[in-house]
Design a protein. Structure first.
Length: 138
């Protein structure tokens, strides 16, 4: 089995994600050079990262727990995915250790800055990535 056999709504574990996409098993943004994918994990069980959905758009909060987030490393991988022929795949977590596959996504607009609280309780700038699902061809 590989990641291409995943179907929308499939529920899998963290080890399965790492195995299927050949990526790390940690973090909310997991880039794999082997599969040319970037796996995005939107945890709705975590109060630090304030992901939200509005009108079929997921506003995905970038990586970085303390201080202002910057457009580098994993955050930059989201922005550069299309030009580097990487595909963004989204999983949502609404209960601990259960990852629901939500399909391939793309940026709908330029990322923007929003104020949120960091791990130490301080106000900081975070990157917000507006994402939408890519239509599945039937």
């Amino acid at each position: 089995m590989n990641y291409k056999s995943l179907k929308l709504g499939d529920k899998i574990g963290n080890k399965d994600i790492a195995s299927l996409f050949q990526c790390t098993n940690q973090g909310g943004i997991r880039k794999s050079n082997k599969t040319k994918t970037v796996v995005l994990i939107a945890k709705f069980t975590d109060c630090l990262y304030k992901h939200r959905k509005e009108n079929n758009i997921l506003y995905f909060t970038g990586m970085g727990k303390v201080g202002n987030q910057e457009l580098k490393r994993q955050n930059k991988a989201i922005v550069e995915a299309k030009e580097n022929n990487f595909h963004l795949h989204l999983f949502e977590m609404h209960e601990e250790k259960v990852y629901t596959y939500c399909g391939e996504v793309e940026l709908t607009d330029t990322p923007f800055i929003e104020e949120q609280t960091d791990d130490n309780g301080n106000i900081r700038d975070v990157l917000i990535f507006p994402l939408k699902n890519i239509e599945q061809v039937v």
